[in-house]
Write a protein that binds this ligand. Structure first.
Ligand SMILES: NC(=O)c1ccc[n+]([C@@H]2O[C@H](COP(=O)([O-])OP(=O)(O)OC[C@H]3O[C@@H](n4cnc5c(N)ncnc54)[C@H](OP(=O)(O)O)[C@@H]3O)[C@@H](O)[C@H]2O)c1
Length: 322
């Protein structure tokens, strides 16, 4: 029993030391005056800490959020911490593609540039619901929605080049099992999340190829294991132990934002595209993430699913939606 206790203590100490030593920090002092950055899911967790940092660097920061009360609190917190009042909130709910299109329309009406797009919003454990768009809810929030948004904002990003697209994925993608012909029908709850996070990387890499020569870069990242609200939709008996482990062993939200900030601002990332980062450096991923055939298939299938039926296509061609 004593031996077991000692082994456990040693294990805890080793894991803690490993995590402290490997935590990356963005060392760039880059200023962002005159630049506009958009962060989705900016009212909490990693997104909020990213927004605080980028506001402190002088950027105009757009908070893309669905919970407007919480977004307003975040805006006031950013202003009081950084003194930067150039913070705006536009509503977006990835559970509705109409909301994503309206958000993009608003951005085009109100903003004349976009230097950094950060696809940060994401969720875990939303159950097996189908959205009004006929898509699986988690796949839509984590992949189809950000995929649509990114495509709708490409013109503004190109106009503002050099510009960057940063997509927050997850190391969890290594547990994925993706069938591109059945993107919308993952087999299990966990797979939905892992698959959506693999789609993030495939989208980011395919974008990098499509954007070659435009001076718009696209990179994805794993923020680390971070103690945030990400587990809030899980039942308490799953949420509590996981949250405790995240809190005790791993990163807080500020530390979890470092790699996103690095990819968004650091001079070392200038011109780098189609890469995957962790702890503020390029990191290994599964060979599947650079499988061109797969990423093209996922891209085309996602496009087909988000454009949906004839009526949507008609609205898009008719210019009702960008
Ligand atoms: N925490 C980790 O260990 C970890 C590890 C790997 C990857 N990640 C990724 O990191 C990103 C940020 O997560 P986090 O850990 O900071 O979690 P979080 O604290 O739960 O923040 C997630 C953000 O996304 C927003 N969001 C969720 N569903 C949305 C929807 N339908 N429409 C618009 N916004 C929505 C949330 O808004 P509401 O407040 O309205 O829900 C919140 O602002 C996610 O993409 C996640 O997959 C996290």
């Amino acid at each position: 029993m004593i031996a077991f206790g000692l082994i456990l203590i040693v294990l805890i100490v080793v894991v803690k030391i490993y995590n402290m030593v490997t935590k990356g920090r963005c060392t760039s002092k880059a200023k962002l005056n005159g630049k506009t950055v958009l962060i989705t899911g900016a009212n909490g967790g990693i997104g909020k800490e990213t927004a605080i940092d980028l506001a402190a660097r002088g950027a105009r920061v757009i908070l893309g959020c669905r919970n407007l009360k919480s977004a307003e609190d975040t805006k006031q917190e950013i202003i009081s911490k950084t003194g930067n009042t150039n913070i705006v909130i536009y509503p977006i709910d990835f559970e509705s593609l109409t909301s994503v299109r309206k958000f993009s329309k608003l951005i085009h009406e109100k903003e004349n540039r976009l230097d950094v797009l950060i696809n940060n919003a994401g969720a875990v454990g939303l159950g097996n619901k189908t959205t009004e768009d006929g898509l699986h809810i988690l796949m839509q929030v984590n992949h189809f929605g950000p995929f649509l948004l990114t495509n709708l904002l490409l013109d503004l990003l190109k106009k503002s080049a050099p510009s960057r697209i940063v997509t927050v994925s997850s190391l969890g993608h290594i547990f994925s099992s993706l069938d591109p012909d059945n993107l919308n029908k993952p087999r299990s709850d966990e797979l939905k999340y892992f698959n959506s996070k693999l789609c993030n990387i495939l989208m980011s890499n395919e974008l990098a190829r499509k954007l070659e020569g435009t001076n718009v870069t696209s990179n994805s990242l794993h923020p680390g294991v971070v103690h945030t609200e990400i587990m809030k939709h899980l039942p308490w008996y799953k949420r509590l132990p996981v949250s405790f482990i995240y809190w005790f062993f791993f990163k807080n939200a500020k530390e979890g934002a470092e790699t996103t900030i690095h990819c968004a601002v650091c001079e070392k990332v200038d011109g780098i595209s189609g890469k995957y980062f962790q702890d503020c450096k390029e990191y290994w991923t599964l060979p599947i993430t650079s499988n061109r055939e797969l990423s093209v298939k996922v891209w085309n299938k996602s496009m087909e699913l988000i454009i949906g039926g004839f009526w949507n296509l008609f609205k898009i061609i008719g210019g009702f939606y960008l």
